[in-house]
Structures are given as structure tokens and as C-alpha cells.
Design a protein around this ligand. Structure first.
Ligand SMILES: C[S@@+](CC[C@H](N)C(=O)[O-])C[C@H]1O[C@@H](n2cnc3c(N)ncnc32)[C@H](O)[C@@H]1O
Length: 413
């Protein structure tokens, strides 16, 4: 049926439904792919954002589906399911349609409650109330897909900014990241200062001087690489970067005990330059390659191989604690995955290093209660490894954002 927009009631919303310009433009281009749904009193049941977009476009009347009986719901849900399968919906329209389908069916059958059975399928399932698994059956897709899409549609209502993501995958990743950041922020409140793990906020050029001379058993540090767009990573030209590296490297020398170990990460592009700097002061003992195991495949570069490893210099005067039983930790190629938002080793920093790799260096390069330092702390991976392995640790980090993350991570152990 067609209905004048001014006759539709119950259109006010409790929440901010965000910018609907993109939706209005899509309606202007392609028409209304999903009609509004109203009940017999002309109350709006589904399509609040579409309604607002139509108002924004100055539309007088529109196509609406009026539900009077349960049969109407069945017909409508069939039509929505067909739309999802056949029409060229944007990801935002698709997730919204799935949510509406799910809501309509719950309206008809009642919603399954916690503890009620949801595992029945086909004819048996007629006895139980509506759940996502049934919506998935209607759409002929795995329940997980339907569930994720419905959650995504709900998340957009809470946070309309998500609609700007280009793909569903990008939106899912953003939600995951927001959730993780929120959890970490909560954990930050639980952080308690510990004597064994200290976090010093500020520029390491000023703070290294505050370390006691002859106190450090192990350095593990992952300085800026001078290759990314992160503002803390932009040191300057190649010459400026090498000079900058030598400055802090030299400042650390009096801080080491007679017997110590050092591990410094670097980008392969700077490896040759930085090796010459380190060799002015110490022989290099090992040139370690960390192979990043979870590289996305499919990138096309025609004139070179794709970078899939980082470089780590190992120098120092002490032996390493290799276990008696021979194992892969003895090789100078170490294979570990880069932290990801969906891993236990969750990504919280743009250039975070794998916790297991850092733990390996802590275990091999120091003993219980030894002092380990990291003068470019980032998300605090070295501190986390030290807390888990009962070493003392001093982390230096200049950015407040990462200080909070470090506190959150340490509070979780
Ligand atoms: C490569 S990241 C370290 C990442 C870390 N390994 C991790 O796993 O999370 C380098 C960090 O050094 C910090 N940084 C850069 N220059 C610094 C300086 N002069 N003093 C202290 N921190 C600095 C940056 O803010 C950044 O978080």
C-alpha cells in the first residue's frame, strides 16, 4: 500500500540515529529497496531510519507494508528474505534487513528466552519460540553469519559512525577494537603500582639518565623504525635517524651490568646502517629474524619481494639461558604471529610485538629478579613478559594513550 508519511505514527526515536545522508542518497538512486513496515494503526514497526531518510528527501508518500495478521508477517518475511538474497543491497542495508526479519518473526512467534531450547531445526522447531537460528534457516545461511549481521545492525544503531565503514569486515574489526579498548580502559582503573614493574612516562632521552649505572641485566627494545606514518615513528631522514639511534644507544652503555644481554628490533631497510653503529661499541652476537607468520596473502607487488620479517640485533656480554633439552629457540629465525584483534595476544598498538617472542628473549636473556628495561615501551609487551616471568622491569613510554594500555595490560595478569 502507499501511505502519506505524515499519517505514520510512532516515529520518534529515543536515540540518535546518526547521519542518514548516505541512506537518503541510496534511496534517491535506487528507490526504497525495503518498504516501511506499519501495523494496522499505522504505527511504524520497521524502518525508522528509512523513514527519516524519506523525510530528509522531502518525500510525501511511500510504499509501506501493513501487517494485520500473522499471515502478513509470513508474506513480508518471505519478501525480505528474497530481497536479501536477490537484490543488490549495500552491506548496511543487508544487515538492517536481517535484523528486521528477525524482529518480525519474534513479533509473531515470541522471542526465545534464556535457557529455552534453540537447538531444534526443521519441523521439530515449530514447538519453540523464535531465535536467530531460525532466521538463519530462513535465509539459508550459517547461524553465525546471521548473528554477526544482526549484532552489526544493532551496533550501528548505537554508533552510527560505523555505517561509514566501507565493508562489513571493516565494521566488525572496528567494533572489536572498540570493545577491546573499552575493556583495557576498565582494566586501567585496576592498575596498581608495583615495585617490580615500573612505568616511566616521558622522553627516553631525558629518562635514561635516571637509570642507575651498572644496574641493567637485559635490554629489550623496539624503537621507532622511521618507516610508518605514526607521528612517533617519524624521526627524520636516513642520516637523522641513524644519528638519533646512536644517541640513545650510547646513553644506555653505562647502565648495563658487566654481564648483560641486549635485543634491539629494527626494520630490514635500516639493518646495515644500524649494524655499523652497534659495532662501534659491541660485537653483534646474533642477527635474528622474526618472521611474521600471519601475513595477508594476495598483495601484488611486481618489482620486489613482500616484506615478511623484522630484524633483531642481539649483543652483550652474558650467556643465554638455553634449556638443556635442545629446541627451536636456538635458531636465529623465530616464527611468531603478529598480534591481532581476534587473538589472545590482542593487538592494542600499531606496531606491537608478539608476547611469546618477547617472553622468549626475557627467559633466554635474564634470570628471575633481574632488571630488564625497554626504553620504547609501546603497549608494554616487555613489561607483561617480565611480570609473567618474575623479572623486574622499567618501561619508558612517552604517549599517554599507550601508558593507559600498558596499565590495562599489566592489571590483567
Ligand atoms: C615500536 S613502538 C613499541 C611497541 C612495543 N614493542 C609493543 O610491543 O607494544 C615504539 C614506542 O616508542 C614510543 N616512543 C617513541 N619515541 C620515544 C621517546 N623518545 N621516548 C619514549 N618513548 C618513545 C612510541 O610512542 C611507541 O609507542
Amino acid at each position: 500500500m502507499r501511505i502519506e508519511l505524515s499519517k505514520i505514527i510512532g516515529v520518534e526515536s529515543q536515540r540518535d540515529e546518526g547521519d542518514i545522508t548516505a541512506l537518503a542518497e541510496s534511496i534517491k538512486r535506487e528507490g526504497l529497496l525495503q518498504p516501511l513496515v506499519i501495523n494496522q494503526n499505522n504505527e511504524l514497526i520497521c524502518g525508522r531510519r528509512r523513514y527519516r531518510a524519506l523525510i530528509q528527501l522531502g518525500t510525501i508518500d511511500t510504499e509501506a507494508y501493513q501487517i494485520k495478521t500473522d499471515d502478513d508477517i509470513d508474506k513480508l518475511s518471505k519478501a525480505i528474505a528474497e530481497n536479501i538474497q536477490r537484490k543488490n543491497l549495500t552491506w548496511q542495508e543487508e544487515v538492517e534487513a536481517k535484523k528486521e526479519l528477525d524482529e518480525l518473526m519474534r513479533l509473531k512467534y515470541g522471542s526465545v528466552k534464556e535457557g529455552e531450547r534453540t537447538d531444534l531445526t526443521g519441523a521439530e522447531s515449530a514447538a519453540v519460540k523464535w531465535s536467530t537460528i531460525k532466521t538463519a534457516e530462513l535465509l539459508n545461511e550459517p547461524e553465525r553469519t546471521t548473528q554477526t549481521d544482526i549484532q552489526l545492525a544493532k551496533a550501528i544503531e548505537e554508533n552510527p559512525e560505523l555505517e561509514k565503514c566501507k565493508t562489513k569486515k571493516e565494521a566488525i574489526q572496528r567494533i572489536r577494537k572498540q570493545r577491546i579498548n573499552k575493556e583495557i580502559k576498565e582494566k586501567t582503573k585496576e592498575f596498581k603500582e608495583l615495585d617490580s614493574i615500573q612505568i616511566w612516562q616521558g622522553d627516553c632521552f631525558g629518562l635514561i639518565n635516571k637509570l642507575d649505572n651498572n644496574s641493567v641485566d637485559l635490554l629489550i627494545t623496539d624503537p621507532p623504525y622511521n618507516i610508518t606514518e605514526n607521528k612517533w615513528d617519524r624521526i627524520g631522514t636516513r642520516e637523522e635517524y641513524i644519528k638519533w639511534f646512536e644517541e640513545w644507544f650510547k646513553m644506555l652503555i653505562p647502565k648495563y651490568k658487566d654481564k648483560f644481554n641486549g635485543f634491539i628490533f629494527c626494520d630490514p631497510d635500516y639493518f646495515a646502517d644500524l649494524e655499523l653503529v652497534i659495532r662501534k661499541y659491541y660485537p653483534i652476537k646474533s642477527r635474528i629474524i622474526w618472521q611474521r607468520m600471519n601475513m595477508a596473502k594476495g598483495r601484488i607487488v611486481q618489482d620486489r619481494f613482500i616484506s615478511s620479517y623484522d630484524f633483531i640485533f642481539h649483543f652483550g656480554t652474558n650467556e643465554l639461558n638455553f634449556p638443556e633439552k635442545w629446541g627451536d629457540e636456538r635458531f636465529d629465525v623465530q616464527r611468531f604471529a603478529v598480534p591481532q584483534t581476534n587473538f589472545k595476544d590482542t593487538k592494542l598498538h600499531p606496531t606491537q610485538k608478539p608476547l611469546e617472542l618477547i617472553k622468549r628473549f626475557v627467559e633466554l636473556g635474564s634470570n628471575i629478579n633481574d632488571l630488564v628495561i625497554d626504553v620504547f615501551g609501546g603497549s608494554g609487551t616487555t613489561g607483561v613478559a617480565c611480570k609473567e616471568l618474575k623479572r623486574q622491569c622499567i618501561l619508558i613510554e612517552q604517549e599517554q594513550e599507550y601508558m593507559d594500555i600498558i596499565k590495562g595490560r599489566l592489571a590483567q595478569i
